[in-house]
Write a protein that binds this ligand. Structure first.
Ligand SMILES: Cc1ncc(COP(=O)(O)O)c(C=O)c1O
Length: 421
């Protein structure tokens, strides 16, 4: 190649590369986050804090009710809303007393705090955990024999629970977990289902009360439409109902509980006829980022991590490899550096817009580096907001939730702890 064309070619490549460099994305807080910052300051908060926006939470409950619309009963997924006062708010606004619980200490809490609740386990628990529930249950209005439904997945587990029920002289209601396509356990054959039903029928203390068939895969499988996967899952569900009804005859429970659904899928049942009678959701009421999906487009972001800026620098410096200036020359979103109070949560930066982690510098749970453009004017003691990617674990990491409503922090809601209480 001639030298001149080599030079022209290289210059063109450089020019093209320059055009392809990251676009500036930074902006200061929107009025919503400016107001929220002021509210946190007025409440004298100064550490990483989980914020729930109550009016958005209530709007999400109205949206949910609009879709479910008396077509199904609604069950509140406790793990995704892990705070008693938060659950109380949802119970009041949704009108549902049905809860789905996934953790034994939380089960004891819920039984003590919501004596009217109807509680379904969301996963099969080791029988020793069930035993611990009864050991730690302090009595009160909640009657486990009537209001608690264990979820069992295999004939072996039915035998274990039967033994426990006999040892305790305790009646127990049992739902059977179905595999309707998620392949996370549960009944996978007619023989397995019939074996479980026979054990339950023979048991003096256990009573079969329905099915749970969770199907979040229907909106996630890459091939085929969500509708076709929903229909397949519901056909499997219907099949197991038919098998059980044929096997049990008149002993099929009069008010069988037929649970399905989760936040990603609940709007898939807005129209049409399905064998289920109950949908369970939790996350869609607070909307962590994992739930940013077309089936939840009408739900509002209602939870944030707020954390103070400790340090704000007008440069980016990385020890040893001093690529800082090159990084910011190439990417205008690397021009400024902020260190936040804490970090490395399961969360994504939300506001100010255009904040990024720096993988070259690394992550920190103590003081996390974030970079942004010169259009971000954060100063020490300002707030940065992130959105949790999920609620169930993240909500538990900050102490009491700060409840934001009408421009102020109006309440603090304790979250669950790991002790039965
Ligand atoms: C059995 C079951 N039902 C429902 C849900 C839905 O919960 P969410 O609406 O918070 O996604 C889950 C979530 O893991 C689940 O495991």
């Amino acid at each position: 190649m001639k030298r001149r064309s080599l030079i022209i070619g290289s210059a063109a490549a450089l020019g093209l590369g320059w055009l392809l460099r990251p676009q500036e994305q930074g902006a200061d807080h929107s009025p919503y986050f400016t107001d929220l910052s002021a509210a946190l300051d007025r409440a004298q908060l100064a550490k990483p804090t989980l914020v729930v926006d109550r009016s958005r939470l209530l709007a999400n409950i109205r949206t949910l009710r609009g879709h479910i619309n008396d077509r199904f009963d609604y069950r509140i997924v406790v793990k995704s809303l892990p705070s008693l006062p938060l659950l109380e708010t949802v119970i009041e606004a949704s009108g549902s007393q049905r809860l789905m619980v996934f953790h034994q200490p939380f089960l004891n809490r819920v039984a003590a705090y919501f004596p009217q609740a109807d509680v379904l386990l969301g996963k099969p628990m080791p029988v020793a955990a069930a035993h611990n529930f009864y050991r730690q249950f302090a009595g009160g209005g909640f009657d486990p024999a009537r209001q608690l439904r264990w979820l069992l997945d295999t004939p072996e587990r039915v035998k274990q629970y039967d033994e426990l029920a006999r040892a305790l002289g305790q009646d127990m209601q049992v739902c059977i977990e179905l595999d309707v396509g998620l392949h996370r356990g549960g009944v996978r054959s007619d023989e397995q289902l019939i074996a479980m039903l026979d054990l339950l029928t023979a048991s003096e203390h256990l009573e079969f009360c329905g099915f749970m068939g969770y199907e979040p895969h229907i909106v996630k499988v890459p091939l085929g439409s969500a509708e076709s996967h929903r229909d397949k899952a519901m056909a499997v569900y219907q099949h197991y109902i038919d098998v059980a009804q044929a096997h049990l005859g008149p002993q099929w429970p009069k008010e069988a509980l037929l649970n399905a659904g989760g936040s990603p899928t609940y709007q898939m049942y807005n129209e049409g006829n399905y064998p289920i009678n109950e949908l369970a959701t939790g996350s869609c009421l607070v909307m962590p980022t994992d739930f940013d999906m077309p089936t939840l487009a009408d739900h509002e972001q209602a939870c944030f991590i707020a954390t103070p800026v400790l340090k704000a620098l007008d440069t980016l410096q990385i020890p040893g490899i001093d690529l800082g200036a090159v990084q910011s020359l190439w990417d205008p979103n690397r021009a400024r550096t902020f260190f936040t109070y804490g970090g490395y949560w399961k969360a994504l930066p939300e506001s100010p817009r255009g904040l990024f982690n720096n993988s070259l510098y690394g992550r920190s749970t103590n003081q996390e580096m974030l970079n942004g453009s010169r259009n971000i004017h954060l100063q020490p003691d300002d707030w940065v907001f992130l959105r949790p990617t999920q609620s169930e674990f993240v909500f538990l990491q900050f102490g009491d939730i700060a409840v934001y409503d009408e421009g102020g922090i109006v309440q603090r809601w304790p979250v669950f702890d790991q002790e039965p209480g």
